[in-house]
Design a protein around this ligand. Structure first.
Ligand SMILES: Cc1ncc(COP(=O)(O)O)c(C=O)c1O
Length: 432
């Protein structure tokens, strides 16, 4: 185990004992003592192909030997051209231009800036406000954080954040009132997670919701930006999480699983009808980052897309997702297990003080954190989230195993999670 201050790394948590991982294979990672951990959340919803996939590593090495990097300012490169051409074949609606960046926050930031610049280029600079839902998470850079409704991340930076028009998640009337109050002539774009990620715990909207928002925003000229950083790239059993709702975005953002963790990669995808406005106007998107259009990251992206297609892994994600959600039913009825939900290989399991009312535990008990530690010590990696119930209280863990997860591994995930919940509840009742 590694901890602060013994390590030279500025660790993300300074009061946490970290297993030191040396390698991984499939759904498993291994630490320097040889202990095995079942990666039930693909790291942070990232390792969609599982660990240690030689084909992706080989494609990246081959690209790095040929060309690792040139600046997208003056040169394009064959790796980014190839990646974009493959990705647009999968993109919903008329999206056909790919802008690769490194992280989900980068992509959200760029997409929101793109929306504002678009209206400015069209001679409507007053269309600059953004709409977002509560709860939601869109990233941690300042504009993406402004759009997010994660108060514990925002409080300290309040003075640095911009005002965003807000409505409660998946309440269409409240959203319509919020945009009407502001006036569509002041709104550039709205950003919505089509299946909400870790902040509320894999909540799927009613089927009419996205269609209703899409139609209304189309009419009022508010750009519709689905944030598919977490739920896209196949994670919910379809390439785009919008597919079941049959709606098309104006601008889409993807990240996390797009290169399956082999490289930091995220993308903004826009249609020619929007990009052409820039081409006829100022000639460029003002957002710029050194590592956009990176050749090795894009080679990892292309190799990931090909691997997914070759092994039919998005279809497999849908099938194994059904198995996961069936297996998770066995946890219902266990003490303190609340709602369980999700789609595809994405699931959220809530832990509640009172299962009959879904009343949350008091935050001071740190239930989600304790459960995550207990699970880790039992060789199971899950993703904790807190605060979804009222901004402070609320404990849940998320599951997002690799698409290559086997039946037996799903059984192990559910069994280990059940054991970890039982142990956590026992520890808590000793403490309370
Ligand atoms: C829906 C959503 N959008 C954006 C982000 C930000 O991505 P990143 O952490 O790669 O910056 C995340 C990260 O969890 C996310 O879940």
């Amino acid at each position: 185990m590694t901890h602060y201050p013994e390590s030279s790394v500025f660790l993300r948590k300074l009061r946490w004992e970290y297993p030191r991982i040396t390698h991984g294979k499939g759904s498993w990672v291994y630490d320097d003592t040889g202990a095995a951990y079942l990666d039930a959340c693909g790291g942070a919803f990232v390792s969609n192909l599982g660990h240690g996939v030689a084909e992706i590593a080989d494609a990246m090495a081959a690209q790095a030997r040929k060309l690792a990097y040139v600046s997208g300012m003056t040169l394009t490169n064959t790796a980014v051209e190839e990646f974009a051409a493959e990705l647009v074949k999968l993109a919903p609606g008329d999206l056909d231009k790919v802008y690769p960046l490194s992280s989900g926050s980068d992509a959200v930031e760029a997409a929101l800036k793109l929306a504002r610049q678009y209206w400015a280029e069209l001679g409507q600079p007053s269309k600059q406000k953004l709409v977002a839902l509560t709860p939601s998470y869109h990233g941690n850079t300042l504009l993406a954080l402004s759009a997010s409704a994660r108060e514990h991340y925002k409080t300290l930076y309040k003075g640095w954040l911009v005002d965003v028009v807000r409505a409660p998640a998946y309440e269409a009337d409240a959203l319509a009132h919020a945009t009407d109050r502001t006036g569509a002539e002041h709104i550039a774009a709205g950003i919505i997670e089509p299946v909400r990620g870790s902040s509320p715990g894999a909540i799927v909207p009613p089927t009419w919701y996205l269609r209703c928002v899409r139609e209304r925003w189309g009419k009022h000229k508010i750009l519709f930006i689905p944030d598919e950083i977490l739920c896209g790239a196949g994670r919910t059993g379809t390439w785009s999480a919008l597919e079941p709702d049959n709606v098309a975005p104006d601008i889409q953002v993807l990240g996390k699983g797009i290169a399956a963790g082999f490289a930091p990669l995220a993308v903004v995808i826009a249609p020619t009808r929007i990009v052409d406005v820039f081409a006829q106007g100022s000639g460029a998107l003002l957002h710029a980052q050194t590592f956009s259009h990176h050749a090795v990251s894009c080679a990892a992206g292309t190799a990931t897309l090909r691997y997914l297609a070759k092994h039919k892994l998005v279809e497999r994600c849908a099938q194994m997702g059904t198995k996961l959600h069936e297996s998770l039913r066995s946890l219902r009825g266990l003490p303190h297990v609340g709602p369980i939900r999700g789609r595809g290989l994405l699931a959220g399991v809530e832990l509640v003080d009172d299962a009959s009312t879904s009343a949350p535990f008091p935050r001071a008990l740190h239930v989600a954190e304790t459960l995550t530690r207990v699970a880790l010590d039992k060789g199971l990696i899950v993703w904790p989230n807190v605060g979804h119930a009222n901004g402070t209280d609320g404990d849940l863990v998320m599951l997002a195993p690799p698409f290559v997860v086997t039946d037996d591994e799903i059984d192990q995930i559910v069994q280990r999670l059940g054991d970890a919940i039982a142990t956590t509840v026992k520890q808590l009742s000793v403490r309370t």
